[in-house]
Design a protein around this ligand. Sequence first.
Ligand code: FES
Ligand SMILES: [Fe+2]
Length: 390
Amino acid sequence: MPTTSEEREIIRQILELTEQNTTHMLDDVMRNPVTKYTDPEQLRQEIDILFRNFPIVIAHASELANLGDFVTHDETGVPILATRSDDGVRAYLNVCRHRGARIEDEPCGHARRFTCPYHAWTYGLDGSLRGMPQPVGFDTVDRSERGLVELPAFERFGLIWVVPSPQDSELNPVDIDAWLAPMAEHLDGLDLANHVVFEKWSLHKDMSWRLALEGFHESYHFCSAHRDTACSNYLDNQSLWTNYEPHVRHSVPLPRTLELRDLPEDEWDYRTNFMTQNYLFPANFVQTMTDHVYVHTIIPTGQGTCVFQCMMLVPDDQTTEKANRYWQKNYDVVRVVFDEDFAIGEGIQKGFAAGANDDVVFGKYEIGLHYGQKAIDAALAGDIEVPRHG
Ligand code: FES
Ligand SMILES: [Fe+2]
């Protein structure tokens, strides 16, 4: 993918900072109260606002490749049924409009219509109520009012995004393109629609979702927490952040980035010299490696617990046996690296309960932590909302 002017500027800044023997820093540290990770009321607000009003990635587009393909998703606490209908990807509450039974229980599959297991009411891929046994008992009910309840769903950049709450019909529709616009150039360049899912996995962890998120917001920890794994792959504590409030681009240079110094700028290549943690507010990361991509979504499942959902995406034209062996090696390493982060996060959560700290402190160069926390605070205060059409 061609290097953009934004990326050229990132490279320029990295070279300048390393030359001056320093790193990207803010003016001061930031203290974050421990209650942000432990207070049930804080968590309730986060779920009610962040995990109801903002788009969450639930799948890769290839999982809904054909008409009638479906996936279910429950981790946000909202039962979601997403499918490909005649007019694109749509998502519904996975709840029957007769007496509320769960309609589809499989994690994924293919259907021409959805049939409720309780009394066999059936729904089309477009969510409409198509039929029921012995309809005479419901002949005074207007079927058009008993279709599945729809959720805003979008297919963008090869990913399926869902806002997990039914929308008030008074509200204008969500404008996903305006929402993702600041990150669109990079996401578009990744061409994720032409990738396949090499692996997909979910991990339930005993840590605040916020701690899991924070692991991707800074690289200060790489050469201690990942001493034998990720450390040597990157320049130590040399990250650069671009703040798109609330999204954040976190660029982590590989050691060979320094060699770009000897090349004319128009020969600089960003992708092969960086790992990029693209934070897509509130809970999604698109982690761009030099030749493949991890997409993760981190969702709270309770006080001090979360689920980490991850997909490893590889280009669909690179799936020979030899390529797959190479991807498998990458997968094996990343599982170790993520586990190193989670082991520490679970330890932090236990330590919170012990009451050692009233706050945690974010260093001047742990910049993603500052930006991420401020974005969450702003959204909880109602200062950040998803743009709407019209
Ligand atoms: S609850 Fe679904 S058909 Fe009765
Ligand atoms: Fe880490």
